[in-house]
Design a binder for this molecule. Sequence first.
Ligand SMILES: Cc1cc2nc3c(=O)[nH]c(=O)nc-3n(C[C@H](O)[C@H](O)[C@H](O)COP(=O)(O)OP(=O)(O)OC[C@H]3O[C@@H](n4cnc5c(N)ncnc54)[C@H](O)[C@@H]3O)c2cc1C
Ligand code: FES
Ligand code: FES
Length: 1305
Amino acid sequence: VLFLTLISVRLTGTKSGCGGGGCGACTVMVSRYQPATKTIVHYSANACLLPVCQLYGAAITTVEGIGSSKTRIHPVQERIAKAHGSQCGFCTPGMVMSMYALLRNKPKPTMDDITQALGGNLCRCTGYRPIVDGCRTFCQVRVSLCCFIIQPLKIHFLQPNLQEKPRLFDQEKFLPLDPTQELIFPPELIAANPQILTFHGERMTWVSPTSLEELVQFRAKNSKAPLVMGNTNIGPDIKFKGILHPLIISPMRVKELFEVSEGADGVWVGAGSSLSELQSLLEKMVPQLPEEKTELFRALIQQLRNLGSLQIRNVASLGGNIVSAYPNSDLNPVLAAGNCKVKVISTGGSREVPLNQDFFVGFGKTILKPEDVVVSVFIPFTRKGEYVRALRQAPRKEVSFATVTTGMRVLFSEGSRVVQEVSLYFGGMGPTTINATKTCKAITGRLWDEETLNQAYDALLEELDLPPSAPGGKVEFRRSLTLSLLFKFNLEVLQKLKELPEKLQPLPKEIQPSLQDFQVSTRPSVIHITNTWQYFHNASPLLQHVPKDQDSQDPVGRPMMHRSAISQATGEAVYCDDIPKTDGELFMVLVTSSRAHAKITSLDVSEALKLPGVVDVITANDVPGKKARPMFGYEQELLAENQVFCVGQTVCAVLADTKTHAKRGAAAVKITYEDLPDPIFTIEDAIEKSSYYEPRRMFARGDVTEAFKTCDRVYEGQIRLGGQEHFYMEPQSMLVVPVGEEKEFKVYISTQWPTLIQVHTVAETLDIQSNRVTCHVKRLGGAFGGKVIVTSVLASITSVAAWKTNRAVRCVLERGEDMLITGGRHPVLGKYKVGFMNDGRIMAVDYYYYANAGCFVDESVLISEKILLHLDNVYNIPNMRGHSAACRTNLPSNTAFRGFGVPQGLLVVENMVNDVAMALGRPVREVNMYKGPSATHYKFEFSPENLHRCWELCKLKSDYSARRQAVDQFNQQNRWRKKGIALIPIKVSVGVCQAGALVHIYKDGSVLVTHGGTEMGQGIHTKMQQVASRELHIPTSKIFLSETSTGTVPNTCPSAASFGTDANGMAVKEACEILYRRLEPIRLKDPKGSWESWIKEAHLQKISLSATGFFRGEDLYYDWEKMEGHPYSYFTFGVCCSEVELDCLTGDYRTLRTDIVMDIGRSINPSVDIGQIEGAFTQGLGLYTLEELKYSPTGILYSRGPSQYKIPGVCDVPLKFNVYLLPDSYNPHAIYSSKGIGEPTLFLGSSVFFAIKDAVTAARSDSGLSGPFFLDTPATPERACLACASPFIKKVDKPGSFKPWALDI
Ligand SMILES: Cc1cc2nc3c(=O)[nH]c(=O)nc-3n(C[C@H](O)[C@H](O)[C@H](O)COP(=O)(O)OP(=O)(O)OC[C@H]3O[C@@H](n4cnc5c(N)ncnc54)[C@H](O)[C@@H]3O)c2cc1C
Ligand code: FES
Ligand code: FES
């Protein structure tokens, strides 16, 4: 594919985040000459799926091609960077190229264009708001819609008399976009080549005929060879399923496949047309035709807008989608319902085949013969009285295969409500597209009324049955969706029927509000909640002011762009895998266990060693030093020797000259196993079998048992929190290079903790001294806690490979491997018994927390301890008891993840408080909060004043009281759509560790700063540059940070737990202070001298211009026996208000608005900190509402890429998103009075969960249900919809006992 070619020619700006078209990191622009129209078309595409052979005659533009820091950066690169849209930067080149391709086609795009263009690009760091803000500056039209107006970012101040009016970025200074300056299409590519093209690879041949006749002949002779168009089906099959096609035929140059002809009854569209071309064609035709003729066209447009990403639609073909016959294809149900047909040609001649229930015969199969070529597709006009709709429900609003997708059509006898014809096609309800024929029969010939529809629901339920263990799971939900989607169709048809001259019965009262919503929706997509950014209101961060007397050159407290943002936006930023290949370098691929708990009975690597390019296989026997890593009294084997404990555990590793060869070698390794009985996967299994890591912890304050006796009411509840995959955009990456003498090694690695890699990983594994190992970290493409322990195990194995072969060894995991091998956030089951008074005071709580730790202890015990230390959140509950246990299971080992247990612990606490409020029917948060001078349950004294200030300010800024009332009113007026609002507070602890720094001043006055923190997007290097600038009194332009290295700053702490800036900042400060003091005599002697002149003089006077800084940190401890201590330095407070709108029929929701007020002391860099707040919130939103890990009953992870695992996309950002920094907050414990911010706000994402729960509560009330209820996280559409308990849900039988397709771990 193109991606590999780019790497081989050292164009490393294009990144690979998934390899399967799901993340957009590899986006490039393709330009082609179209002979028919004599125009050049430009479109974005995923390089990971573009076959190079398919690009004959095309020009490719990569991020390097549009601008460079050496010459001129492109306005897109500049604006995304300067708007703070690049944190770790791994997604940035893809974002830039998506936007660039849009601007090449439309220099003045609308916000809708922008969100469509960025829909296929994932970012795990920013929360998207700043990226969109940067891109929005290209929209020149002021769009006014409702009360929200797109306009340049505005800042509001709460404080008077400000000296400066800071803005996050200065739009006026941006480079203008000048389309005349763009690269031209190479003229030599315009000439047509009439020859058949043939390309030969190592194992494949690619043929590209030029005419339909040649194509048909090739196809007849090679009927097993696929026709590759967009490669979006064949490509992932080759890559992920290992399917080999010795011959591939490309019909890209056969003009008949791209022709369009309009007839009296409809339009014939070439099967080779891309889905984007199809969409544009239909969008062009719709306004030119009478409305009644375009029902099918509009349904297709609606479906196309939600199908895949723009990058996918730009290459995926219409014919490819039909022939691929996916079970949940979005087009096929609509095409079939709309009576479309295909024109097929083979050596036997051409024929027309209707697209109906007979066409789709099974999973990926149609009735077409292997030699058939689909030439075109007929899409008919609709007739008078004919209505067509396409409805779908998907796990994420955009870029997600549907859970259930439909095409529905009804034709009424003229002027009546009698059904003449009806088609109801469903995807996602079986192995292929299904027609509900029996249901259609029950409707045909009858009046379209309530009675008919009620019978139709029953028929549909019976007809579209699914066994309880059906692949894909969600059986109850999917079955109910068929009913609710038909109901929605019914609503739309009733609405249409109203327009007929015949007098209709008034609509049933309860559905009217829903209908009104259908009418106003501008994008009547899945949820009928408009998700365009036209509604997106500018964030209005309350920026702190800097003191009046602060030097204008002093950058501390001012927003400053991430120091590498421009390099990241131009693709120049170097990540671990961008380091050029060294001579003789080997690539390492891991061979992992396919069993969850088994003895290894044999390991046969002989076949692997015979394969071309394979050099060696590393097993446990090759480890010269420690074979296992000791952790908290347990041991974790680096390579499994005799037994495996989870699917995905590493058994051995294959080394080869290339990645492709290493992968083939790994596939050839044969391992035999003897399964061991009773593997444990779920928390319930572990509790039943008492499978825990010790110590389990217990905490108690007051007398819980006695207190329960005096409470007015006692309630028992629980909540389960699913795990979370880190999904850092840059997968685990490392390169170990033996220097070649004296056992010295250089390790280039993407890790949060270089010292761990140096000392406890490479040195211990190789049994050498730590002084022989230097670990270098330039930057990480995201980490979030996932690049500490797991990375160290991988680095151990890589170092053994380098040791054994004496050659450089690179290991870069693919997304699927990364997700399989590395664990993530611990799933937690929290149970509680709470006693409370009728006035809302909570008097006693007894908590039980169980965390699914997986097969190794990792940091699980520490995480379960941290859960207990956050048992109070912001509430002063006099009697509390907490028990926490890390459960040992046969799943990949879970590990640290942003928040380190706090997001799980606090969710249980807040759910408990929520339940109390629900039981009492009144809010209870405020009455239970800490007030006045307070002490936590572990006797840590603090003032909750800033918590209350955040609470009040958030209520004020979000207009909470009025909106609460508006939400209640909305809910009374609407039956199928509900709103919910929630206000959630946090108190999160930060402990500050030791840190070191080394600062050099060179003879020319330039300064090199190194410190122990690693740059992973959180902007630590930028903040350190600001610190050094203030202390040395020089501009940041003179200060450089190159990398983090154990050779410059030894014995560092990990960059984790939000204390990176606190600790390293103090160390940098100290080193700079020392240097500045050393310069004092020179400065005093020559006060008017320049910095450069002072440095020159200092060098002449032999003054050392290098200094180290060190920060001790506080002595933090906690005594679990005495239940007291000082485990943290201070608290970060915050409050968040979120409002959602929920479609109770499908469970889809949209976050309408979020307001966050954070107390982060005095921010060193507000733009970086706001980025952290928004990014963490969005990650929390994903955790609590979207991201779902799916394990098979045998412990195999199904969700191994962005296709199956949905992190938030640009479509998930709150439509209105405000972040406010609490003014007048000071913190004596951290540098310049700032506070750690990386982790705390993640929990605020739960405000969306609680808002959903609030909306569900309203829906349940309409179904006659009240009081607390269980809703686990993530509150996916499935969970939310089932919890709404609508009449459709009630119709679906609950299955008895059965083996589920996926486990609730
Ligand atoms: C990330 C991602 C997200 C996606 N999301 C969605 C989604 O939300 N909804 C949805 O419906 N689909 C989705 N898809 C699927 C995508 O729409 C299909 O893969 C695509 O339409 C197939 O077209 P293609 O040109 O890429 O096919 P190719 O991969 O090139 O070919 C697929 C198959 O079709 C056959 N074929 C192609 N053209 C012809 C022809 N003219 N005559 C006969 N046989 C032919 C080939 O022989 C081959 O077997 C997604 C795919 C990806 C990768
Ligand atoms: S790497 Fe190509 S889309 Fe993810
Ligand atoms: S900045 Fe987008 S993934 Fe890191």
